[in-house]
Design a protein. Structure first.
Length: 214
């Protein structure tokens, strides 16, 4: 079989077909890493680019991500057996006082679609929770989302909490959400600003790769 078939079915959101094709590829002796990269991640990269260019919208991304997850479930034990590790680890959450999660969930899916391990802290996340998670889970990055202008200020508190914990040299902070700008990112001393989910995933992958390569 051609692994590109997996990519195409994933882009079409055909979850059952993706899971069946991943199993077929394993049965035919393809390494799990190769199936992940040339099948699942390839498909999510195409989805990510199309989303960035406004060629598709949130519902299509969610359907493709569900197909990706189905394929990943089949693949996970084989990846572990091959000793394949995630390309990095980040934690993500919507800041305290804000209960919006669609943007956060999209970013999480795009990041997982690029092979990152993502610890999802949910919504209404206190600054101390981000810091505690980053330390305990050994995350390279904290990702904060906000949709309300009234909750943006919490992002500054997260930066402060990271600095007070003495981990800012190791753990970087990325912020995003509708009211957030690069100017605000610079103003509060956060490390990265991402305007959309695809860009957020690209920034996180680049940074985690730098960490991995020392």
């Amino acid at each position: 079989m051609d692994l590109h078939e997996i990519s195409e079915k994933l882009q079409a959101g055909a979850a059952k077909a993706v899971a069946a094709l991943v199993q077929q590829a394993l049965d035919e002796g393809y390494p799990a890493q190769k199936i992940l990269e040339e099948g699942l991640l390839d498909g999510m990269n195409v989805i990510g680019e199309k989303f960035k260019n406004n060629e598709i919208y949130v519902p299509e991304v969610l359907i493709a991500a569900r197909a990706m997850n189905k394929g990943a479930e089949v693949l996970k034990p084989h990846l572990a057996a091959e000793g394949v590790k995630a390309t990095g680890k980040v934690c993500i959450g919507t800041v305290q006082g804000d209960l919006h999660d669609i943007g956060k969930n999209l970013v999480k899916m795009m990041m997982e679609g690029k092979g990152l391990e993502v610890v999802d802290l949910g919504v209404d996340v206190a600054p101390s929770t981000y810091v505690q998670c980053a330390i305990e889970q050994n995350c390279s990055m904290i990702c904060c989302s906000a949709l309300l202008t009234t909750t943006m200020g919490v992002m500054a508190d997260v930066v402060k909490a990271v600095e007070e914990a003495g981990i800012h040299d190791k753990v970087k902070i990325m912020i995003g959400g509708a009211p957030v700008t690069q100017h605000y990112c610079d103003q509060i001393g956060a490390d990265f600003y991402a305007a959309d989910a695809t860009t957020a995933a690209e920034i996180a992958v680049d940074y985690c790769a730098k960490v991995a390569n020392g």
